[in-house]
Design a binder for this molecule. Structure first.
Ligand SMILES: Cc1cc2nc3c(=O)[nH]c(=O)nc-3n(C[C@H](O)[C@H](O)[C@H](O)COP(=O)(O)OP(=O)(O)OC[C@H]3O[C@@H](n4cnc5c(N)ncnc54)[C@H](O)[C@@H]3O)c2cc1C
Length: 430
């Protein structure tokens, strides 16, 4: 019988282990806690939710809601347990965190096809399929082992990312396409400020509320200054930095006081990021203050800016579509380490990798459908711009053809396709 090694008994690792074990594959799951702890985990349990107890919206027209429904089709461990230990949360699926990890631990440790080994993994073996699901707080020694297999410039240790917005929500009556001094194609969308607009925005930015930093080693942040910190260095710092207007007027007569550039973020051109706007403002403040930027009054944020310790690989550079390392086909990466963001997304990526490994064991290369939320998320991290890659959560902006109006239609189609795909996967056993 085939064996798969999984490193990390968190959300992605347990999800992958459960799927494979249910399919009759032997799994050896390594978890370093309680022998070695992370700065965020508090227990010795598997599948610990480190912070909030919410698995986000249950609505089908919400991206994370749709992703959960797709996972349910595959009898996802996370979905089964979450339903069992849910607590009232309105539209959101909220759980009792303690009961959640107790139940995950019970199911995983009692599974006849899973052996749990409570040891820190410090070396990577390649003779059987290995799933690295060691999360955003991967131990140093394992980071070093991974660093021997990929160029370390593609291994990131913190997430200092700028917000990403939906292109459809940009007011193109104000914003316009242009590259600085018309060099290159019109790759950027530009948001021009008048002097008054700039200072109004500046005043709000320097006084906006900052998010409390989760456990952080501040030295990681020296290289990447948040926009609000840069702004506090002086009223004109942004004008000479990320909002430099030179060469960005609409035409020869247009002389904006400052300009924010938006850079295309996905191949299908539905998402744009705010260039140079890595930030540690609270999500609510990002929405309020960044919507003061001319052209972004109605911006829809698919991902807010973030700053926290977060080990992840530059997925578009180092991972194949099945999430194996390019050049090391037996080593797969799942969860936050693979470039997704969030509890549900991490578990979903564990499921995706397990599907791929299972199919490979059965002699098939999967080509997962992109019309689904899971497929789109996996495709996004495969094809995103590697220059400024940061972990991504589920959102409708990454599904081709999705608009605000047709979300229910897209969701229903996605579930239909997922059900068919599940039948295809099940048939591999026959
Ligand atoms: C502080 C913090 C707060 C967060 N809060 C939220 C939130 O509220 N909501 C949300 O949706 N997302 C949140 N996230 C993001 C993310 O969804 C979670 O971190 C999620 O747990 C990631 O799942 P994972 O399976 O990739 O990693 P984890 O769930 O962290 O699992 C990784 C496991 O690997 C183990 N491990 C690490 N190194 C080794 C090794 N060398 N050998 C063996 N085992 C090892 C760890 O002990 C851990 O159990 C947060 C992240 C952080 C860092």
């Amino acid at each position: 019988m085939e064996q798969v090694i999984i490193i990390g008994g968190g959300l992605a690792g347990t999800e992958a282990a459960f799927f494979l074990a249910e399919k009759g594959i032997k799994v050896k799951l390594y978890e370093m806690r309680p022998k070695v702890n992370t700065p965020a985990h508090h227990s010795d349990k598997l599948g610990e939710l480190v912070c909030s107890n919410s698995l986000k919206s249950k609505e089908l027209t919400n991206a994370c809601g749709l992703l959960k429904k797709e996972m349910e089709i595959y009898n996802s461990l996370m979905m089964q347990v979450a339903k069992k230990v849910s607590v009232p949360g309105g539209n959101a699926l909220c759980v009792d965190r303690e009961l959640y990890s107790e139940e995950v631990t019970r199911i995983i440790t009692n599974h006849q096809n899973i052996e749990v080994v409570y040891e820190e993994v410090t070396e990577l073996t390649t003779h059987v399929p290995v799933i690295m699901a060691s999360g955003p707080l991967t131990s140093k020694k394992l980071e070093e082992a991974l660093g021997k297999l990929i160029d370390t410039k593609f291994l990131h240790f913190f997430d200092a990312s700028a917000p990403i917005i939906e292109k459809d929500s940009i007011n193109m009556d104000i914003a316009y396409y242009k590259s600085r001094y018309d060099q290159g194609d019109d790759a950027y969308i530009n948001c021009p400020f008048t002097k008054e607009e700039y200072y109004r925005f500046y005043d709000e930015l320097i006084n906006a509320k900052i998010a409390s930093l989760h456990e952080i080693d501040m030295k990681y942040f020296d290289a990447c200054v948040p926009i609000e910190v840069l702004a506090k260095r002086g009223p004109k710092t942004l004008r000479f930095g990320p909002l430099k207007p030179r060469g960005l007027g609409k035409d020869a007569d247009h002389k904006p006081y400052a300009v924010l550039q938006l850079r295309q973020d996905n191949v299908i051109g539905t998402l744009y990021n705010l260039v140079g706007f890595q930030t540690n403002l609270t999500y609510a403040e990002q929405r309020r203050v960044f919507r003061m930027i001319p052209g972004l009054e109605k911006a829809e944020f698919v991902r807010y800016g973030l700053m926290h310790r977060n080990t992840f690989v530059n997925a578009p550079h180092v991972l194949a579509i099945d999430k194996s390392l390019k050049g090391n086909p037996n080593i797969y990466i799942a969860g936050q380490l693979s470039g997704v963001e969030g509890y549900v997304e991490s578990a979903a990526s564990g499921l995706y990798v397990a599907l791929n490994i299972y199919a490979k064991i059965k002699g098939i290369e999967l080509s997962y459908p992109n019309e689904t939320m899971l497929g789109s998320l996996m495709y996004y991290i495969h094809t995103a711009n590697p220059e400024n890659f940061a972990p991504m959560n589920a959102n409708f902006g990454i599904i081709k053809g999705a608009t605000k109006q047709n979300r229910m239609e897209i969701a229903e189609k996605s579930l239909k396709i997922t059900k068919k795909y599940k039948e295809y996967i099940d048939a591999l056993n026959e």
